[in-house]
Design a protein around this ligand. Structure first.
Ligand code: PMP
Length: 436
């Protein structure tokens, strides 16, 4: 079976060998290296609708969607045309543009949870800026994060829970000074007592609590709405700002993201992925008051050469505009629900030890029947199942992100027929995985 992979991926394998000469690990972002799944990474040359094609001319139904941005699928016609017509007039000016206004207006007019927004170029940059803003406003320095939430490669957030009861974390990367780690407190998700104890003890030093309201970077750890509501109330009570990191959930679980989905008003919201329609864009937003602290209005500095790049603004606008079509999110949810239900019924009939989590067009396969709401409930042994599943799916033409901790995304370009085809492949692949 190893040979089967090599035969299917000869060109990708060659390109990967070449890439290793130029890039650390052969990649420009680590998970792309396929370290936790079989074979060399796929080198993708083209995407259309819900399908991607690799350099060996294999085509796959894609559930990664460039890790989330492509809610309309690959090469959406309106998005492509808007990008092309924009790029024909130049790529970057480092000045304000009308296109930036248009995207800003589209977002702010249709989002009750922010009055103003600042565009940056990645999710990491959005989070980094939001943390600085929270610190600038409160004059405090500590940040509370949750274990199992990812917020980009921001120094002080590459921290996981330490051992024992200590709430101070340990860094998950070399190169992060101990003094930065000390400014970060790590809590388990869905644990009100830990939250309350920590806020009570450290409120005077805590600038903000940051959370992925839909934690989707360590499996899909869907929270009880009551936990998120409690988080909101506790932050008000202790004078701590609440940041929703909506880099994944923003424009995904609804146009107003998780804030709208749960009806919770955070103080700052970060966005990325979908907001740029497949181009490098991130953003953060808040009330007029909160955003007035940002330079040049206020003392919190933040800037960017390519911020609100016109081509990226055009892609974002052409994407978000389509999401406002009546019934868009209901349709996404319904098609995803149908896919998830079908696979779940099959797994149940076969007696396979797994279940699928879903919210909107996001899904995740867990190799247990228990509902999982915290990172430490995930049994790493499940990742062996995922590894096999990933291989069997690739051999049959379905692409999931190359890690069992990553979620899948259904796009508007996945028709019911595409999803039926993917489900049939998934069932076959699961039979192989569970037969071993
Ligand atoms: N926050 C969240 C919730 C994310 O999922 C990600 C990326 N997966 C980031 C921040 C970082 O975004 P980027 O990769 O664009 O820097």
């Amino acid at each position: 079976e190893k040979n089967e992979i090599i035969l299917k991926r000869q060109r990708s394998a060659e390109l990967f060998e070449e890439a290793k000469q130029y890039f650390p690990g052969g990649v420009n972002s680590p998970v792309r290296a396929f370290k936790s799944v079989f074979g060399p990474p796929l080198f993708i040359k083209e995407g259309n609708g819900c399908r991607i094609t690799d350099e060996d001319d294999n085509t796959y139904i894609d559930f990664c969607g460039s890790w989330g941005p492509l809610i309309l699928g690959h090469n959406n016609e309106a998005v492509r045309e808007k990008i092309v017509s924009t790029v024909a007039r130049g790529t970057s000016f480092g000045t304000p543009t009308r296109l930036g206004n248009e995207l800003g207006k589209l977002i702010v007019d249709h989002n009750r949870f922010i009055d103003k927004i600042r565009f940056v170029s990645s999710g990491t940059e959005a989070v980094m800026s939001a943390i600085r803003l929270a610190r600038g406003i409160t004059g405090k320095s500590k940040v509370v994060k949750f274990e199992g939430c990812y917020h980009g490669h921001v120094d002080s957030l590459l921290v996981k829970a330490g051992s024992g009861l200590a709430t101070f974390g340990e860094s998950t990367s070399a190169g992060i000074p101990e003094s930065f780690v000390k400014e970060t407190l790590v809590l388990p998700l869905n644990d009100r007592k830990a939250l309350d104890d920590t806020l009570r003890a450290y409120a005077g030093e805590i600038a903000c609590v940051i959370v992925e309201p839909v934690p989707a970077n360590n499996g899909l750890l869907l929270q009880d709405a009551s936990f998120l509501e409690c988080l909101r109330l506790k932050c008000y009570k202790y004078g701590v700002l609440l940041i929703f990191d909506e880099v994944i959930s923003g424009f995904r679980v609804g146009f107003e993201g998780a804030a709208g989905y749960y009806g919770i008003q955070p103080d700052i919201i970060t966005y990325g992925k979908i907001i740029g329609g497949g181009m490098p864009v991130g953003a953060y937003g808040g009330s007029h008051e909160v955003m007035s602290h940002i330079s040049p209005d206020g003392p919190v500095y933040q800037a960017g050469t390519l911020s609100a790049n016109p081509v990226a603004m055009a892609a974002g606008y052409a994407t978000l505009q389509q999401l406002l079509a009546p019934g868009f999110y209901e349709g996404q949810e319904a098609r995803t629900r149908r896919l998830v239900d079908r696979i779940q019924h099959y797994a149940d009939r076969q007696g396979y030890d797994m279940h699928l989590e879903q919210i909107g067009s996001i899904f995740w396969i867990a190799f247990t029947r228990q509902r999982i709401t915290r990172a430490d409930q995930i049994d790493p042994a499940g990742m062996e199942y995922f590894k096999k599943l990933h291989r069997e799916l690739l051999l049959r033409g379905v692409y999931l992100g190359p890690s069992g901790y990553e979620v899948g995304f259904v796009s508007a370009a996945h028709t019911e027929a595409d999803l039926d085809q993917a489900a049939a492949i998934m069932e076959e692949a699961l039979d192989v995985v569970f037969a071993q």
